[in-house]
Design a protein around this ligand. Structure first.
Ligand code: 13P
Ligand code: SF4
Length: 316
């Protein structure tokens, strides 16, 4: 059944009641649908959400995001129930890296540290030395006590980092986000041609040649701060990341216009269908039945904990 916007209020009330009854907390990524963000106790980017997952005092964490995010919350809270409203909501980039491929690279570069983006499976994290997100990647890599770094899996973020950390050799993996990485220079030129006065901010998952033409490159939360800041003297801003962020931008600073890639602007949507597969109905059904619990083998949880914990310690 497809919900009309007018139905959301009733369902949102039901979800709130369930949250109280079950002592549950809802964490949601900025790429979630607006009506899902609205019932969340906390909305953030992947670093904010990993941090928040260590601070919640609830029996159930209902995670509105993709699978690796729910796994990270579970690894940080082995004793809590972590539920994912759509168990098939995966991240195509995370699935591009396997534990075996990382081990092969480790054999080739025995002195290198493995830094894995949180957008990896728990299995990959078990063979990683430290994790990072796009918000703290530069900081984490600067702290790594090795000169060679195997960076898994995003080649866009690897490029962003290698431009900023010059004294370390970054060995990139060949992964990418099928949504961000397919945004081209031609698309950017179309938007710039239409809005020549608008500064451009892009997510580091975009291709190198797009990053090189931007005024600002930053993670989801960094884009949010940049695009809404008073220092930016602009009435409109071009933002190249997933369309979900537009909702928070408009709420946070309604007097500015945010141009995202959409067919109306003459380019395709930059939209993560996996993130959008979580609906309010699924949130309700999952919480009601306490369904779709994330479970991981104990050994995997223990080994994957170390690089995640190290990331949080190094970025606090
Ligand atoms: P953030 O780390 O900016 O939240 O990005 C996560 C992600 O999946 C972007 O595509
Ligand atoms: Fe993964 Fe890309 Fe979706 Fe982010 S936007 S969750 S990197 S597929």
């Amino acid at each position: 059944m497809l919900l009309q916007p007018t139905d959301y209020g009733k369902l949102q009330e039901e979800i709130k009641k369930l949250k109280e009854e079950k002592n549950a907390v809802i964490l949601a990524h900025y790429y979630q649908r607006p009506e899902v963000q609205d019932i969340a106790d906390f909305v953030g980017d992947s670093l904010d959400l990993a941090r928040k997952a260590t601070q919640v005092d609830a029996d159930i964490i209902l995670f509105c995001g993709v699978h690796f995010m729910g796994e990270t919350a579970k690894i940080l809270n082995p004793e809590k129930k972590v539920l994912l409203p759509e168990p098939k909501a995966g991240c195509a980039m995370a699935d591009m890296a396997t534990k075996e491929a990382v081990l092969r690279l480790k054999e080739k570069y025995p002195n290198a540290w493995v830094v894995s983006y949180v957008n990896t499976t728990a299995e990959v994290k078990t063979v990683s030395d430290v994790c990072c997100t796009s918000a703290n990647a530069v900081r984490i890599i600067e702290k790594v006590p090795a000169e060679e770094i195997i960076f898994v899996p995003d080649k866009g973020l690897a490029y962003h980092v290698s431009k900023r950390v010059r004294d370390k050799k970054i060995i990139p993996f060949e992964g990418f986000c099928p949504d961000h990485y397919l945004f081209t220079v031609d698309m950017l030129e179309t938007l710039k041609g239409k809005y020549p006065d608008a500064p451009v901010g892009v997510h580091p998952e975009t291709p190198p040649e797009v990053q090189d033409r931007a005024d600002f490159v930053g993670s989801t939360s960094q884009l949010l701060r940049w695009a809404t800041s008073d220092d930016l003297k602009a009435d409109r801003v071009i933002v190249i990341t997933e369309i979900g962020l537009k909702y928070t931008l408009q709420k946070r600073r309604p007097d500015r216009e945010y141009i995202f890639p959409t067919p109306d602007e003459g380019v395709g949507y930059l939209l993560c269908s996996q993130m959008k597969s979580i609906t309010l109905e699924k949130v309700y059904e999952t919480l009601k039945g306490e369904k779709n619990e994330i479970t991981l083998p104990e050994e995997v949880m223990e080994k994957a904990y170390t690089p995640i914990r190290r990331m949080l310690d190094w970025s606090s």
